[in-house]
Structures are given as C-alpha cells and as structure tokens.
Design a protein around this ligand. Structure first.
Ligand code: WTA
Length: 646
C-alpha cells in the first residue's frame, strides 16, 4: 500500500480576479508578506480589530502543548465587541434583515440588537444564570438564536447551540455532557411549511437531565405547548420588564465562550471548546479578508447557527465587523426552488456563502430558477463544508456569480473555529475545486503515514503544523480525548482527518475525510475525485462512492448517483459513466457498480454519509442512522442495491 493518496484528477482551469475587484480588495498580496512573522501578524490583528478592556501583551503561550493559549493576559467582552462599540457610529445600521419561512420579515438595527441582547441578558440573570454556567440554545433560525448567543457572551455564560433538527435524545446527550442549567427553545420552528416541535423535544430531554432548572420558550409558531410551572417561562414574559442596562462581564481572553458538539467516530459527540480573544480575532480577520466585507455590503451566510459556520460567520465575525446581514429561517425550496434567489434579488445581497450540498441541489433543480431573478448585486461567493466538485464550482460561477464574482472555497472545521485554507479573493487566482492556500498566518502541510511532508504534486493527510488563534482549546470534560483525537498521530502536528493533495503551485485540493479513502489494488484513491469525475457528466447532479470489499482488488468502487431533474437512469448510462471516470481518472477508478437513487444519505449539515453506503454495498447490518437527515432513503437505496449492476 502506498503511503499517501493518489493524485489522479487533473483540473487546469484558473480564474484570476478582475482588475476592478483587485483594486478595491481588503487584502492584497502584501498580507502574506505581512504574516511571515505570524505571531506579530496575529497580535496586530488582535489589537486593531478588537476593543480590549485590557490589551494583551502576550501572544502565544506554548509552554504546555497541545493546550495552547492566545493573548492570555488580555481582557474583553465578545458581545461588547459585536454590539456596543458600533453604537456610536452606526446604531441605526441594519444588523440583520430577517426573513421568516412563511413570509414575515423583520429588520434589526445594531441598536435593536443591543436592546434585545441586554434585556435577555438581564432576564437570564434573573433566572440565576451566572458567569461560567452552561446554557443550551435549541432554536430554529429566528433572530432569538443570535440574540441568545450574544446574551450569554455578555454575561460570561457558556452557550451550547444544539441544531434544531436534532432529536430529544441528541439534545439530552449534549445537556448531560455540559451540565446545562437553562435551555432556550421555541414553541416550534418552521421547516418546509410544517412545525418542528422543539419544546416537546426539550421537555423529553429535560426529563432525563436533572441539571436543567429552567426552559425559556420563544413564541414563534403559536403551536400549543405544555408549560411546567416555575421551570418554564415564555421568552417574551422574561424580557418584558427588563432594563437595557447590563454591564458586559469582563472576560479573560482564555475564558470559555462556547461549546459546540460535533460527531466523532464513536457515538459520543465531542464538545469542542472555544474561548474568547483568539477566536474573535481570527473570525473577524478572516471575515474581513476572505469575504472582503465593506460597510455597505449585504452579506448572507446561508448556514444555520446550529453549526460552527453560523457561530463564526453569522454571529461573531460579521457582528464584530459591524456588517449588514441577511438571515433566513427556512428551507431553500419553500415554497419553491427559487426562494434564495428571490431573497438575494429583494435585498440586493452582495456576498453569498453556502455549502456544496446546496449548490448540487440547485444544479439538480435546474438553471431556470436562478435565471428568473436579478442576481447582479452579487460580487463575491463562498463555499464551505465539503470539497466542491469542479463542475459544481463552474455552475456556481456561471449561474449565480454571473461569471464575474470570485469564489472563495474555504476549508475549516468546527475544531479550527475559523477559516484556515482559502483564497484571498483579490490576491489569489482560483481553480475550481481547490481551496487554494493557507490563510496568512496559518501553516498547513501534506504528510504521509510516517508524518513526513509529501512533495508538491502528491497526496496525503492534511496537518496543521503551528497553533492558530481560533483553535479549539480542548474537548469539554475530556482533555485526553482532545490529545488522542488531534495531536497523537505525529509529534507537534494537528491531524485534521482530511485527505489532501497539493499541486505544483502549492494549491491545496481537499479529498474528503480520511475514513472515506478507498484502497483499490493497493492505490489509495479519494472518494472526492471519483465523485467529481461522475458529476462532470451533464446528466449527473450528485454522486457518492465507497470502497466495498472485493476478493481481487481489496476494495472495489461502488457508486451511488443522483440524476438531474427529468433524467432517467438506464443500463447504457451505467456503461457511459464508467467510461467518463476511466477517461478522467484512469481505469483503476472505474466504479464496479452504479446505483441510481433519488437522494443520498446525508447528515443534518449536508455531508454525505459514506459509511452507510458502505454498509449497504457490503450487505451489512446498517450502522447508526440517528444523525441522518433523511433516514428513509437508506432503505430505498438498499433495496435498489440488492440487484447490483455488475
Ligand atoms: C469538510 C465546517 C473540502 C472537511 C466548517 C472538514 C471541507 C469538515 C471544506 C469539517 C472545504 C469543510 N473543502 N472539505 N472547503 N470545508 N470541509 O466541522 O472534511 O462541520 O474536516 O466544519 O468538513 O466540518 P465541520
């Protein structure tokens, strides 16, 4: 078996930013030079972008690796940085244009956000919430989700946002692990026209978790809910009589800001811990340089605050930078497939950030939906969450970006807290499918199984070889697991768990999770490359491949393919698609079987669950499906796959 991962897929298209874009960009090439002294670079960002109650003189404390500290003698309040300091100059500027799924709309200025955050902060205090207490936020994408996060930050409470699509059991696991005392939830959340019963799930979770003292309930849907006396309180009642005076708590840079659970290989989720000063420094810096944010931009990160993308690029980064944002409550295809384009047109969004899974869905629905709307206000696009297939990149570029907006493909993780590998849109030529280069001040490497650097042109494992300000500090309550999961593979290196290759110009091409890499006749082949080859066929919307055990080749490639709307799969197409892969990558990567399916099993954040497809391919009992967004599809695929095409 070779040490790295094969580099087979070749993509040569290059897209330099336009001269006009370069001329106005927040970051030019000199930022890379500026960051050669990386500690000085981050110190400068921390001092320039953040208002400190006590400015840090220390930068990085690396005396006890991997328990690093940043700006450890600094003092600040994150909510103060996101709200109060903007009031003098832009109290009336819109912070959020909020769009509800049923069609209601609200606009919040920075002053409105201040008023609501301080009232809720005082309300939480009246319930006994103190500095250091843990608060769960289990809401849909209504303004209260951001307000709750900021209210916790203001009083030094630690929030744990649990995605509203998670079950009562998943919520209870997270509550138990973090010792939550208060849950903020709602009578329900709108999703594709129906109501997700959040409060009912919170009740079930609270019954299992004796630490819960109060449940605060936002009225959103008018759905009847049970309210337990003393324990439960309506949000509107809690804030009604509160004052807007609420001194922000003075926090140390290394105090905990939040816990965010992310799934690991075992059933027990990992409580990723982020702290204050380094985190805010890096989210503010990346938000400004990567999204090129200007005072009059209308910025839209179409993520959910239940994921880290929402934490860093809907709440903390953009608010620290005083941006105007769009926040949308519901599904992209409700009431129709052009909902997002309608919102972009209406609010004249200038920057749009979404995930490849969404882009592939837009492709599947067809070009007509974006074509119906004027998207000419857009000037920059972003992608996050998975490798973006070159064809999806090209579609995004053409149909959403009008062939002029730069695309920033940003690689990062819940654990990294902020963007790590990305183009600076005015300084780097992009290539479809490549996240390009480490952000200034960040250092990444491609290593083989022995931890040695793989030369340019080769593939291997992504490692980060120097600490960064927004890094996770530990896993909540489990420092040993923190060390074992990320720092024990190779001395001094953070192991990201992703496969990656680097081209001759040093550009990074992410290849998917290492657990997903296939081993075909001794060659380690990335799922991403084979999937991208399949998606190059104009009839294919989305593809997932897995290695299933094979007596001859070790593993054989099994492909699952979703076709574009209106296209029917047949035997001929199976042969044609195998040829497409052989032409693009090589005969070794030809899928042995291809199954056409209406959808692919995905996590609730949209990542394809290849592990389940592997179970299906090997006709094994299915593994854990509790984190799936669309559990029904698994049985459907299993039925189809039981009559294999080879
Ligand atoms: C994947 C999301 C390729 C990767 C911010 C990573 C990506 C995991 C990209 C983290 C990208 C994220 N290109 N792969 N631009 N962005 N990933 O914790 O496998 O939800 O390790 O954080 O998503 O997912 P998480």
């Amino acid at each position: 078996m070779s040490q790295g991962i094969e580099n087979l897929f070749v993509e040569n298209r290059t897209f330099p930013p336009s001269e006009e874009f370069v001329a106005q960009a927040n970051a030019d090439k000199s930022v890379y030079d500026d960051a050669t002294d990386w500690k000085a670079f981050w110190h400068k960002q921390a001092l320039n972008r953040i208002t400190w109650f006590k400015e840090p003189t220390e930068v990085l404390d690396d005396s006890n690796p991997p328990f690093f500290k940043w700006f450890a003698d600094g003092e600040l309040n994150v909510a103060y940085n996101c709200i109060d300091r903007h009031l003098e100059t832009q109290a009336d500027k819109v912070a959020y244009h909020w769009v509800g799924e049923p069609g209601d709309e609200l606009t919040f200025t920075y002053q409105d956000v201040y008023d609501r955050v301080t009232k809720l902060a005082n309300g939480l205090k009246s319930l006994g919430v103190k500095r250091g207490d843990r608060v769960a936020i289990y809401l849909g994408m209504t303004p209260e989700i951001a307000i709750s996060m900021l209210a916790c930050a203001r009083i030094g409470a630690i929030h744990s946002v649990v995605f509203g699509g998670f079950s009562a059991d998943a919520l209870a696991d997270r509550i138990e692990d973090a010792g939550i005392t208060v849950i903020i939830t709602a009578d329900g959340a709108w999703r594709r026209g129906s109501v997700v019963p959040l409060k009912a799930a919170a009740d079930v979770a609270a019954a299992r978790c004796p630490t819960v003292e109060h449940i605060v309930v936002v009225k959103r849907t008018e759905k009847a809910v049970e309210m337990t006396d003393v324990r439960d309180v309506w949000y509107h009642d809690l804030v009604a009589e509160q004052s807007t005076d609420c001194e922000p708590e003075v926090m140390n840079a290394e105090d905990m800001l939040y816990i965010l659970y992310t799934s690991g290989t075992t059933a027990k989720p990992k409580g990723v811990v982020h702290t204050q000063g380094g985190y805010l420094t890096q989210v503010a810096t990346t938000h400004s340089y990567v999204f090129d944010i200007k005072p009059d931009d209308v910025y839209w990160c179409a993520a959910d605050c239940g994921w880290v993308t929402g934490h860093s690029y809907i709440v903390y980064g953009p608010m620290a930078n005083g941006a105007t944002q769009i926040m949308y409550e519901g599904a992209p295809n409700f009431p129709d497939n052009d909902r997002l384009w309608e919102i972009i047109e209406k609010y004249k969004a200038t920057i749009f950030y979404t995930a490849p899974t969404a882009i592939r869905a837009f492709m599947k629905w067809g070009d007509d939906y974006p074509a119906k709307h004027d998207l000419s206000s857009l000037r920059l696009l972003g992608s996050v969450g998975e490798p973006i297939n070159p064809e999806a990149w090209m579609w995004y570029h053409k149909h959403i970006g009008g062939e002029t907006s730069p695309i920033v493909d940003t690689w990062w993780q819940t654990e990294t807290g902020a963007i790590m590998i990305t183009p600076l849109p005015g300084a780097v030529d992009t290539k479809p499918g490549s996240a390009t280069l480490p952000f200034p001040g960040i250092s990444a490497d491609v290593i083989d199984a022995d931890g040695k650097t793989v030369p340019l042109g080769g593939g291997g494992f992504l490692a980060l070889d120097r600490p960064w300000p927004s890094m996770l500090r530990t896993l909540y309550g489990d420092p040993d697991r923190y060390v074992a999961t990320y720092w024990s593979q190779h001395d001094g290196l953070y192991f990201a768990g992703d496969g990656v290759k680097r081209d001759d110009e040093g550009y990074f091409w992410l290849l998917g999770r290492v657990d997903d890499v296939m081993n075909i006749s001794g060659h380690r082949i990335s799922t991403t490359e084979v999937e991208s080859a399949l998606v190059e066929d104009a009839r294919v919307a989305e593809a997932a491949v897995v290695g299933r055990s094979d007596p001859i080749s070790g593993e054989a490639i099994a492909a699952f393919v979703t076709l574009k709307s209106g296209v029917e799969g047949n035997e001929d197409m199976i042969g044609e698609l195998r040829t497409v892969v052989a032409d693009k990558i090589g005969p070794i990567a030809k899928p042995k079987s291809i199954v056409f399916t209406d959808d692919l099993p995905k996590t609730r954040s949209g990542k394809i669950m290849r592990r389940l497809l592997k179970d299906i391919s090997e006709q094994r009992q299915l593994g854990d499906v509790t984190t799936l967004a669309n559990a029904d599809i698994v049985q459907e695929i299993a039925d189809k796959a039981s009559t294999p095409s080879d």
